[in-house]
Ligand binder design. Structure first.
Ligand code: ATP
Length: 773
């Protein structure tokens, strides 16, 4: 939602002082949010202030209210915690405290406040706004301030950014910090997993979340846990021990050597009694398992922000500035959130009320309501977790005539989450009585070596966290030997196909759909799940693997930036992948604070290069070596045929005339990442289950000849689809439509670029002068 051109903003520029604060528990990404607010405010011609130590600083005033310059927030994108401090402030809960706070705001000429914190902090902010007029009135009446002093600030404008690792806020899919915390948890569980596997042990792992089970649920899916306890769905007191034992025993009987149970801090039973990790351990010990408890504690809050938190915090911080500038006295205070992949503004009061309803519903033992108040994705993930763990349960199986043979194939380069998706789909198939078949080594594997194998439960059990591509992949398309491909489809009686991969997966689906006219074996539902770091598949704004890639690339850039700390005078030109799509470069540019990003969609002009070098020269002069880290330029591998990475490095060296140095950096295949990120694992599972359900819903008629009547029909065409995220919705787009109308075939990318705003925001926040071509 870009309101930048609205006349409201021009009017609002009279309100020139915008303050930002962090409040409540710290969360990775808060610094990125502060950086974005400060720079976006300055970009809009305003003065930016930071309130140090949360509401406590607002009460104290004086040195706790600090004007911030552009350079003050340099290097803040990556760091964990919050550099401007946070605190819990009892005083702000009282009117007397808020009176002091209002006075300090007026003395400093501030009437726009952006608060980054949890629901408590945002409730406080809203109360402050509600009382603002009466607070000012009292301050004038008691002679603390004069009428002239308060006159220009009659209205308070606030905006909430949700910074919280719990991800407990309604109206947004993700809070700032939640994915970083999830990353820390999954990293720790992956380590524990290795030792559990070695000793055949059980581990009970306690994670944060007093009222919200998001971390426990996501970690449960992402690490392939056997059982989870979350506050929204408390198990029956007399029942959970038996239920957990049954599942754990079944998994052990199937050959699993480890047991992982994840317990949210706020885990309770249906009588609202706490379920402790010790109680869970006792049950596992009774099963004869050597069981240990690990409490992850504050490790979960720490460390650098992952890429998505940097992105989220930055986009939301920029939008928060626009929101307070375009607000009127009558507009309700907004909270900035994200739904699927889209930044949205929501009514802050309503979002806070809905959030607090969850705790109330739990207290009233209305667990169905507690669940319904979480976002729809939460309930879906929970259902998926249960389904995946219900393998071998006869009651969950489909009737015999609806049990299907579902094939899966990987096409294109490996991408994080490919194995997780296969694990998800195989587990779903086992739970429903379908047979999952893996086609190994792509279309050539199938056509030349009949490389089809049924996936067993145990085989895929620990694929959730594995990087690479277990069933092999290559870039060949089915038309290399489409007749043989069809023959094997027929031989194995595939009822549905899931193709996981990048642009070649997309092209494969197109070929199979076209070949339906000649080959009846392809007249089955077929779903492409986009999985490529380039994120260049038409029909989706998100591909599996892109989050893993981004984390890996952002870590790489953090490291090379730091490597310049000795000389303090180095610029790195990093060559990033992505083919003809600039997504990786644009996203990484935003998440690393690169000084310039070169995209294939725009090319590189000499004038732009010159302007960028001037900008870097100025940056080196301005910070006079204070900022220890090096500076970055990101260049997509195909952004220019002439201006290669090496040539750009040489030009910069010549231009720098010894004042600074330039180096090329090639992350290469590092960008594919190691283990998939938790986001890719969880989304892979969701997409895989959705794809299987699509196949179930579009099962072809079995009566002889019925299917042939559908050839060429729209009904049949609609069963060959790309599963994607578009405009904050999960959608199935028919391949024929995407291929005909939405694809740049030669450039292998969608016609419509959905991410260009990332590049624009990134440029704005590094003060880049973008020249029109
Ligand atoms: P987290 O999710 O990490 O717990 P939070 O923002 O919910 O973060 P709280 O401790 O609930 O954390 O709130 C932070 C601060 O916000 C409080 O210390 C207090 O100063 C202020 N605050 C919270 N609730 C209110 C309220 N109802 N009225 C006024 N101020 C409040």
């Amino acid at each position: 939602q870009d309101t930048s051109s609205g006349s409201n903003i021009a009017d609002a520029l009279k309100r020139r002082r915008i303050a930002v604060m962090t409040s409540g528990g710290d969360a990775p990404g808060m610094n990125a949010a502060v950086r974005a607010v400060v720079r976006a405010a300055i970009y809009r011609g305003c003065e930016a202030y930071a309130i140090l130590e949360g509401y406590e600083g607002l009460l104290q005033g004086g040195k706790f209210i600090k004007e911030m310059s552009w350079d003050d927030v340099r290097g803040w994108l990556a760091t964990g915690g919050t550099h401007i401090g946070t605190a819990r402030c009892a005083g702000f809960r009282e009117r007397s405290g808020r009176l002091k706070a209002a006075k300090n705001m007026i003395i400093n000429g501030i009437d726009a406040l952006i608060v980054c914190g949890g629901d408590g902090s945002l409730t406080g902010a809203d109360k402050f706004r509600e009382e603002w007029s009466s607070l000012l009135k009292e301050l004038v009446e008691t002679g603390e301030l004069t009428a002239e002093q308060v006159k220009p600030h009659e209205h308070l404008y606030i905006c909430g950014l949700v910074g919280s690792i719990d991800n407990d806020m309604a109206s947004t899919d993700a809070t700032i910090g939640a994915y970083s915390s999830l990353e820390r948890i999954c990293e720790a569980v992956d380590y524990i997993d290795a030792t559990a596997q070695s000793h055949s042990r059980a581990f009970v792992i306690e994670v944060m979340g007093r009222h919200c089970g998001w971390l426990a649920l996501m970690a449960g899916i992402a690490t392939g846990a056997d059982f989870i306890f979350i506050p929204e769905q408390p198990p029956h007191d007399q029942e959970w021990q038996a239920r957990m034992s049954k599942i754990v025993k079944r998994h052990r009987a199937n050959g699993k050597r480890k047991t992982i149970v994840i317990v949210a801090e706020g885990a309770i039973n249906s009588n609202l009694d706490t379920i402790t990790p010790e109680q869970v351990k006792d049950v596992l010990v009774d099963l004869g398992l050597d069981t240990r408890i690990t409490t992850l504690g504050h490790v979960q809050r720490g460390g650098n922000a992952v890429a998505v938190d940097r992105l989220l915090a930055t986009l939301q911080g920029v939008d928060a500035v626009d929101a307070v500038l375009s607000a009127t006295p009558d507009t309700p205070s907004p909270m900035i959130g994200i739904i699927e992949n889209k930044i949205v503004r929501r009514n802050l009061v309503e979002a806070v009320a809905a959030t607090q309803e969850v705790a109330k519903a739990i207290k009233a033992k209305d667990f169905a309501r507690a669940m319904s108040l979480r976002d729809t994705e939460f309930a879906e993930h929970f259902q998926n977790f249960l389904t995946i763990n219900s393998a071998d349960r006869e009651s969950a199986k489909k009737p015999a005539e609806k049990q299907l043979n579902i094939a899966v194939i990987n096409i294109g380069a490996p991408a994080g989450g490919m194995n997780s998706a296969i694990r998800g789909l195989a587990a779903y198939c086992h739970s429903r009585g379908h047979k999952p078949y893996a086609i190994h080594n792509g279309w050539t594997g199938l056509a030349r070596h009949e490389s089809v194998r049924e996936l067993t439960w145990l085989e895929v059990e620990d694929w959730m966290m594995r990087g690479g591509c277990e069933i092999g992949t290559n870039r060949n398309l089915p038309d290399t030997d489409i007749g043989m491909v069809a023959y094997y489809f027929q031989k194995y009686k595939f009822d549905g196909l899931i193709i996981i991969g990048g642009f070649e997966a997309f092209a494969s689906l197109h070929q199979l759909e076209e070949a339906r006219a000649s080959y009846p074996a392809f007249r089955i539902p077929m779903v492409c799940i986009p999985a490529t770091i380039s994120n260049n598949v038409p029909g989706t704004e998100y591909s599996l693997g892109s989050d893993t890639c981004m984390n890996s690339l952002v870590n790489y850039c953090d490291v090379i930036k730091l490597s310049a700390s000795a000389s303090r005078r180095r610029v790195f030109v990093v060559e990033v992948q992505g083919g003809n799509s600039g997504f990786v470069a644009a996203y990484a540019g935003l998440a690393t604070g690169a000084h310039a990003v070169y995209l294939p969609e725009e090319g590189i002009s000499l004038r732009q290069l010159e302007a960028d070098i001037d900008n870097i020269k100025e940056a080196f002069e301005d910070d006079q070596g204070k900022n220890r880290a090096g500076k970055l330029i990101l260049r997509n591998e195909k952004s220019s045929r002439t201006l290669s990475t090496e040539i750009i490095v040489n030009i910069i060296r010549d231009e720098a005339k010894g004042r600074f140095d330039a180096r090329a950096a090639m992350p290469g295949h590092v960008q594919q990442g190691g283990n998939p990120s938790p986001m890719d694992r969880v989304r892979a599972t969701r997409f895989a289950v959705q794809a299987c359900q699509f196949i179930e819903q579009h099962q072809m008629p079995v009566e002889h000849g019925a299917i042939n009547k559908l050839v060429g029909s729209e009904e049949l065409r609609k069963t060959a689809v790309v599963l994607g995220v578009r405009s904050s919705k999960l959608v199935y787009s028919p391949i024929d439509q995407l291929w005909a109308y939405e694809t740049e075939h030669k450039e292998r990318r969608p016609k419509k670029v959905h991410w260009m705003h990332l590049a624009q925001v990134a440029d704005r926040l590094v003060g880049r002068n973008k020249l029109s071509r």
